[in-house]
Design a binder for this molecule. Structure first.
Ligand code: SAT
Ligand code: MN
Length: 588
């Protein structure tokens, strides 16, 4: 008798009409087979799916070029579908589920004709974790199948868990005909279901990532009393050998991956990586907050990644691991057959093909690699991988960091006064937009908890959920805000960033352990200069002061802007947020 899973797959096949159905087992042999198919058989837009790179320097690595209109997440084509619009909130595009399904069914009808449907049973979280979830994604692209195998745990164990639980998270994906007018990423949180058509790109197509692990999971977290967040998870080892675990939320392409595997500039400190993008956090039996990374890989921004900014990532990318490594939309050195991007070490090679495969002349100020070009690589390749990375219980979190790209106003670091005040600080976060999504780059937008594009329900309810969870914890993490991007009067970044960020992390863990005092300001506690280890940095006094400055006049406009943002949520915005807002306003 067919199982629940088999029946569901058959139904999707009856709709999409593939020529064959292939059940993936997650083995190494299978990965090689799919890569071969992507090189020799499958085509997107007439192009092979993969190009084999120089295997001596980049073992097991392949280049993928996506369709030129399909290079980033498309937030304007991403919807959450609840029977009522209010539950989706002003932070989401909304469509009635029945209407959305009727429209999508037409787009899916026969879309896999002549193609193979890959069935990917996978786990988010390690299979033995009580917090893990079993899922299945269907797709018609080998690139997506291989990417899912790197980013998640694909294998039979997921099928076993599904038959035990009688339930799974469902994802149906087809690249369709890549027409941007027929591209939709549809979430049905009540059914634990995602339907995505018309894009093969990252967060649009790897449905375990933003679609499930954030949008659907945030909804599950609301119902079940936990948090699904857009956060790094890392351990900071001090010179005594003690490891403190923290999380850090930042919008896409603001340096989360570099932070997660930083090489410390302070002797005696070491960073251990657990995750670079997503944290699922539950209150443990001890009343602390425990985090797991549901993913198993990195989908990181290539431009700017170098031996200086992230030496551990270069080691990760060059390791001959069990999983293939993919590069998407980077440039190609056609003499050496190596990937290349802006901000890699050294000058641009003489003969380059740009991200679309055309000879690159270097003129016209165009970049050779797409600004949102990416690598997809297994976390198990990372030399900084924490030995707790697969611990089914996760790790206990002592501090949470929230950061964004702000060239002015926001100090390098400050600590919130308490949980509720911290939730408010995170909720009013703003960041200058990046190339990770299709929109104008470099404009300030409010991005609460770096979750604006990923919170799968009304953010007013989300803030309330955060406040409620704080009350349930015996020892909630301390909340901090950071900003690596403040500029001087000439428009240069004041703070060197990257490995030097350990100096900020050191202050944060010192504060979390109650080792140092600080200076109180209306937004929270900033460091006293003497408590920050600044030895060997070349920042003049005036700029140093600017880094920690909280100036009355500058904040007036910010506070006004925050009010407008909060007001959008009407009576769904919890009164505690307005209390915090009024305290801040009255302090200025
Ligand atoms: O495209 S993804 O959503 O997977 C990456 C990102 O934008 O953070
Ligand atoms: Mn992300």
């Amino acid at each position: 008798m067919a199982t629940l899973l088999e029946r569901w797959v058959d139904e999707q096949a009856a709709l999409t009409k593939p020529k064959s159905i292939y059940w993936c087992d997650g083995s190494e042999a299978e990965a090689h087979k799919l890569i071969e198919i992507g090189i020799r058989e499958e085509r997107i837009n007439g192009q092979p799916i993969f190009h084999e790179l120089n295997q001596k320097v980049w073992p097991n690595a392949y280049l993928h070029r996506s369709h030129p209109t399909d290079v980033a997440r498309t937030e304007h084509l991403t919807y959450v579908c609840y029977p009522d619009k209010e539950t989706a909130g002003p932070n989401n595009n909304w469509m009635d589920p029945e209407e959305a399904k009727a429209m999508m069914r037409k787009l899916f009808d026969g879309c896999m004709t002549g193609k193979t449907m890959y069935v990917l049973p996978y786990m988010m979280g390690s299979a033995d974790s009580p917090y893990a979830k079993a899922c299945v994604q269907l797709t018609d692209v080998s690139y997506v199948a291989i990417s899912m195998r790197i980013m998640t745990r694909v294998g039979k164990f997921a099928i076993e868990k599904i038959s035990k639980d009688g339930d799974f998270v469902k994802g149906l994906h087809s690249i369709g005909d890549l027409d941007p007018n027929k591209r939709f990423i549809m979430h049905f949180p009540l059914e634990h279901l995602v339907w995505s058509v018309g894009s093969g790109y990252g967060g649009n197509a790897l449905l375990g990532k933003k679609c499930f692990s954030l949008r659907i999971a945030s909804w599950l977290g609301l119902k079940e009393g936990w948090l699904a967040e857009h956060m790094v998870i890392m351990g900071i080892q001090d010179p005594e050998g003690e490891i403190t675990y923290i999380t850090a939320a930042m919008p896409s392409a603001c340096g989360k991956t570099n932070l997660a595997m930083m090489e410390s500039a302070l002797p005696g400190y070491k960073i251990w990586t657990l995750g670079d993008d997503i944290a699922w956090m539950n209150i443990g039996p001890d009343g602390r907050l425990w985090a797991i990374n549901p993913e198993a890989g990195f989908f990181g921004v290539a431009p700017g990644t170098s031996a200086k900014t992230n030496p551990n990532m270069l080691r990760t990318l060059k390791k001959n691991g069990f999983y293939p490594t993919l590069f998407t939309n980077t440039a190609l050195n056609t003499d050496t057959n190596e990937p290349w991007w802006e901000g890699m070490d050294g000058a641009a090679p003489k003969n380059l093909a740009d991200w679309q495969g055309n000879k690159w002349s270097g003129s016209l100020g165009r970049q050779a690699a797409h600004p949102n070009s990416r690598f997809t690589v297994s976390i198990y390749n990372a030399p900084t991988l924490s030995k707790e990375a697969d611990n089914p219980k996760g790790v206990p979190i002592s501090a949470m960091i929230f950061g964004g790209k702000r060239t002015a106003l926001i100090p390098l670091v400050y600590e919130s006064l308490n949980w509720q005040n911290g939730v408010f600080s995170a909720a009013r976060m703003g960041s200058e937009t990046t190339a990770a999504a299709v929109h104008q780059v470099g404009v300030l937008r409010r991005d609460p908890m770096a979750m604006l594009p990923f919170c799968g329900y009304n953010m007013g309810d989300y803030f309330k959920h955060w406040i409620n969870l704080g009350k349930k914890m015996l020892k909630p993490p301390k909340i901090f805000c950071v900003n690596w991007f403040r500029q001087d009067n000439l428009g240069n970044f004041i703070w060197p960033g990257f490995g030097e960020n350990i100096r900020v992390l050191k202050w944060i863990i010192d504060r979390a352990k109650g080792k140092v005092k600080g200076r109180e300001t209306p937004i929270g506690v900033v460091p006293k200069l003497e408590d920050m280890n600044l030895h060997g940095l070349n920042i003049d006094k005036q700029n140093l002061e600017k880094l920690f400055e909280v100036k009355l006049d500058d904040w007036k406009q910010e506070i006004e802007d925050v009010r407008k943002f909060l007001e959008q949520f009407g009576d769904r915005m919890p009164k505690e947020m307005w209390e915090e807002y009024n305290t801040l306003k009255n302090n200025y």
